[in-house]
Write a protein that binds this ligand. Sequence first.
Ligand code: NAD
Length: 464
Amino acid sequence: MNLEQSQIELITKIVAEKLQSAAAPKACGDGIFENMEDAIQAAYKAQRELFGMTLEFRKQITNAIKAELLLHIEEIAKLGVEETGMGRYEDKVIKNRVAIEKTPSVEDLMSGVFTGDDGLTLLEYSPFGVIGAIAPSTNPSETVICNSIGMIAAGNSVVFCPHPGAYKTSNLTVQYINKAIANVGGPKNLVVTMVKPSMEAVDTMMHHPLVNMLCATGGPGVVKAVLSSGKKAIGAGAGNPPVLVDETADIEKAAKDIISGCSFDNNLPCIAEKEVVVVDEVADYLIFNMKKFGAYELKDAELIHKLEKLVFKADGALNRDFVGKNADYILSKLGISVDPSIKVVIMEADASHPFVVEELMMPILPIVRVANASEGIDLSVKLEHGLRHTAMCHSKNIDVLTEMAHRIQTTIFVKNGPSYAGIGVGGEGFTTFTIAGPTGEGLTSAKSFTRRRRCVLVGGFNIK
Ligand code: NAD
């Protein structure tokens, strides 16, 4: 049989397409893969495409992601609460909205420049390539949103490893992000994840040669794991934020701000007030006002002890059943019935009490008295455990505010406001849900996900 040239070309084309599709990663949906190897290969391909596109188009992509996600805030927030059984719907709406609206895009990548007799040198922010990102259960969609926007703006693609207890929420967010990218004609699979998470997949991702950088948002275990990987890693770990109140503070406002910050999403945020340190002379008035703004005070030592037995397991580990739960639910387990307007359970405690020392992530707020602000700063520094995460101070004494900011060395230090002001909710500045104290990037944004490169032109372009 003699084939014509056009028939030969057609057969060659069909065979080539078949071979190509056999080698192509098997996508199960918008960025959702059955196998980590396929996910990484797809993200690698997508990053190469993105890097060939203009910065203007990157901006268009992040704008499209923001516009699409704004349509689904309620759905994502609802699923986040349902799937994890933690947090508050109305606060998750706020958190997702701020992640969408206040995460910086390409405008974050301001170049540096030197010019002089020897010419022109540019300091540029270049992409890393494929970034492996680990997300927590406490902000399952917010982390995916702000990491994706920042990482894509910086020219990267992202492989997410969501928390097993929150992956449906993380994956739904990934799907909407890919839909938005497809709508503007951007690369497929710029943001990928797995149908179901596993530690095996996390391990593959952490050690894969095509993954150039890791970014872990979670507890101490995961931060340690990425820092031991041998790759460039950003570690955004646990905190135990103290809030100091001295005798010069506006006590009513301090009480309101503390209850509001502590109860935000039932204390899940790593930045939320975890213990109060208060100067003795204003302690009673602070507690009185905290009760006015939705706190329930436990005074009975036996009940406080019973609560301790509920919150910690016999081996001392945190009982996850109470993490992110409502205060009225927690109190009901002590046989105390209150209405849902009660947002926080407070009690006085010694500085060494486990409620004070441990990161609980539930609306239980211990209060420790100190003789004066100086003692309060010493104690706050101690309780922060050197995590360099977040602290708050309510004071009108500039020396106290300055001394505490200087001594405590936290990434976020909020003065006279609730903790969430530190991530741009009612406070100035951009937002992030990946606050990298241990590795020093601080409040991460697009430029945190870049390599700094120098581009030197010898002898020209100096017009000074
Ligand atoms: P977690 O540490 O239990 O889990 C985070 C992620 O890491 C999950 O995807 C989990 O599967 C994975 N993981 C856990 N141990 C691992 C290991 N050894 N190797 C590889 N992967 C591992 O976190 P969580 O309980 O969901 O989140 C709460 C913690 O995260 C709190 O300590 C909180 O302070 C912290 N957090 C920090 C920030 C920040 O920006 N610094 C933001 C949110 C949460």
